[in-house]
Design a protein around this ligand. Structure first.
Ligand SMILES: *Cc1c(COP(=O)(O)O)cnc(C)c1O
Length: 368
């Protein structure tokens, strides 16, 4: 199988230490040896999330964690305000509707940030709304939404906010306790540089109060945070309701040790430097970015085409001639942009330089 450099917006190429950690003998998902590894993993995650509240590792994709959060925080029929500005916010709406919520959509142009004032207006218009759900980094466009301000507006209206930090936690600041985020979701296979298959959910005290008040109306068992809380408190065998993938968690354990050894601030700065370098290099070659610099998330770069350059040809060339995988646009942005990920090994100079060299090579071989 050909080895590609993954510069897609997840899953990411993981460090060697993470691969090594997963080549291990099977352990039961309980017992002292395992609980030590599990406990250290959870402790490291608390640091990355910036929370002393409850935190669960929920095996499954990010969407399962999102479904658990929405399903647990909203009783069927309740209204949730959802700013939609890309593929992943649309997806969150589908999940919420499937759980029985009434979704009040706040449309924002793809490629632009959600404005806190518009969230405030929407909440003032409709007093039946019970929560706000927001994507922090809309990975289909590369916009980083002003979460802190939106959380503040939400809290001023006495409501909880449910945040999809799937492609932002570990890459840009998202201090869960400091910003008072009631429920925050992430996954292992983006900025946390581990293998796919693990979601995470943080839950604060206010979120539990919300859930307590509607506990009897919540359907489901696995995707129900009340069940996870029950097992983490009352079950002496292991603090989760099911078997967990021990190998994946051992990989996550290794990646988190690496991330914390470097330091979160140092990593955030390195992401910004890498994104700045890639964008400057692309601009020099005549490309423009989709997102204005003030809102461009440093974790992916969404580049637009330029006259004489077909993006699908560029993408194929990167793959076939340089072994680099990037992603295209989704929905209305199909054919309009390429999305270049900076997460995982793509954060290294090796990858970012290889990408710029490859684009240069393409332009040289395809003069317009
Ligand atoms: C990747 C991503 C998801 C989807 O995650 P899955 O693990 O595929 O379910 C959801 N939201 C955002 C913002 C993402 O970047």
């Amino acid at each position: 199988m050909k080895r590609y450099k993954l510069m897609i917006p997840g899953p990411v190429d993981v460090p060697d230490e993470v691969l090594q950690a997963m080549i291990a003998r099977s352990l039961p998902h309980y017992g002292d040896d395992w609980m030590e590894i599990y406990g250290e993993t959870l402790q490291a995650l608390h640091k990355v999330f910036g929370t002393q509240g409850d935190l669960f590792i929920m095996p499954g994709p990010g969407s399962a964690a999102s479904e658990a959060a929405l399903n647990s925080m909203l009783a069927p029929g309740e209204k949730v305000l959802l700013p939609v500005s890309g593929f992943f916010s649309e997806r969150l709406g589908r999940i919420a509707r499937a759980c029985g919520s009434e979704v009040i959509v706040l449309e924002t142009t793809w490629g632009e940030p959600v404005q806190p004032e518009r969230v405030a207006e929407a909440l003032e218009r409709d007093h039946e709304i019970k929560a706000v759900a927001l994507i922090h980094h809309e990975t289909s466009t590369g916009v980083l939404n002003p979460l802190r301000e939106i959380a503040q507006v939400t809290h001023e209206h006495g409501l909880p906010i449910i945040v999809d930090g799937i492609s932002s936690i570990g890459g840009v600041p998202l201090p869960v306790d400091e910003w008072g985020i009631e429920v925050c979701i992430s996954v292992a296979n983006k900025c946390l540089e581990a293998a796919p298959g693990l979601g995470m959910i943080s839950v604060n005290e206010r979120a539990w109060q919300v859930m307590d008040a509607k506990k009897d109306k919540i359907h489901g068992w696995y995707l129900n945070l009340n069940v996870w809380r029950e097992y983490s408190h009352d079950w002496d065998w292991h603090p989760y309701p099911t078997t967990v993938p021990t190998h994946l968690i051992m990989g996550l354990h290794a990646s988190l040790q690496g991330i914390l050894a470097e330091g979160l601030e140092a990593r955030y700065a390195r992401y910004q430097r890498t994104a700045d370098k890639v964008r400057a290099g692309l601009r020099e070659m005549g490309f423009e970015m989709l997102v204005a610099p003030e809102y461009a998330c440093p974790l992916i770069t969404a580049m637009k085409g330029r006259p004489g350059v077909a993006l699908d040809a560029l993408s194929r060339f990167l793959r076939d001639e340089h072994g680099i995988l990037v992603a295209g646009g989704i929905g209305p942005l199909r054919g309009q942009i390429l999305r270049v990920g900076h997460m995982g090994r793509a954060l290294t100079d090796e990858y970012s330089q290889a990408f710029l060299t490859a684009v240069e090579d393409f332009l040289k071989r395809n003069p317009s």
